[in-house]
Design a protein around this ligand. Structure first.
Ligand code: B16
Ligand code: MG
Length: 217
């Protein structure tokens, strides 16, 4: 059997930290007089911290000097860290531990690829450290999704060609990054947002080893 891997995004796929990112950005935007909508937030998912702030400022037609932007990004990160410091392992989407186990049983490697610089803290909070064969996060890359770097780095770490990898993503930027890396993608969420994904499911619980293996044939 050829070696294959399932590469999971973190925020919004394994746990709903996407909500915490949204709440922290919403609070920051409000402090600047900008109302952040859920629809606009789709553009922030999977995107790095500074790029997200840049998008929010453009949305609010604001331009700020780099030092002020650093300060605001730091403020948002402090609020986000407050949320994750209270996280419990019970917040993992309930079907995820079973799925990871089944995939391993089926001989697949499992990896995590998150744009977040806080990904390792979240894994610790969820008792998921050491579960993945490879972890790549925002500290390991120069270009965040939709650039393919995070997925290509993960494939290199797994010593697998990109064509042997399937990515599970909830963000439009993540789907684009995986496609640019030459991987198969399962989108989790709304198919109108996750355009280009080979398959789209509404929730992580609809993903089975059979579905992933079918895409890797
Ligand atoms: P941080 P993912 C992404 O994580 C989030 O979706 C995105 O909302 C966030 O801005 C980005 O990480 C950077 O996060 O500020 O913690 O470094 O979806 O790729 O797991
Ligand atoms: Mg995500």
């Amino acid at each position: 059997m050829k070696a294959q891997a399932a590469i999971f995004d973190l925020d919004g796929v394994i746990v709903d930290t996407a909500r915490y990112h949204f709440l922290a950005w919403k609070r920051l935007a409000a402090s600047l007089g900008i109302t952040l909508t859920e629809a606009f937030n789709e553009q922030l998912k999977g995107v790095g911290r500074m790029e997200s702030l840049q998008k929010i400022l453009e949305f609010g037609k604001l331009s700020l000097p780099p030092e002020k932007m650093e300060e605001l990004a730091e403020m948002k990160n402090e609020w986000f860290k407050e949320f994750i410091s209270r996280m419990q392992p019970t917040e993992i989407f309930p079907e995820v531990p079973g799925l990871l186990q089944q995939l391993k049983h089926n001989g697949l490697c499992i990896a995590l690829a998150s744009s977040s610089k806080n990904a390792r803290t979240v894994l610790q909070r969820l008792n998921l450290e050491g579960v993945f064969d490879a972890v790549t996060d925002g500290n390991d890359i120069a270009n965040s999704k939709p650039h393919p770097e995070i997925f290509l780095t993960t494939a290199l770490r797994l010593q697998l060609p990109p064509s042997n990898c399937v990515v599970i993503e909830d963000a439009a930027a993540g789907v684009e990054a995986a496609l640019r890396a030459g991987m198969k993608v399962v989108g989790v969420g709304d198919s109108s947002v996750l355009q280009g994904a080979h398959r789209v499911v509404r929730q992580t619980k609809e993903i089975t080893p059979a579905l992933l293996k079918e895409l890797l044939l």
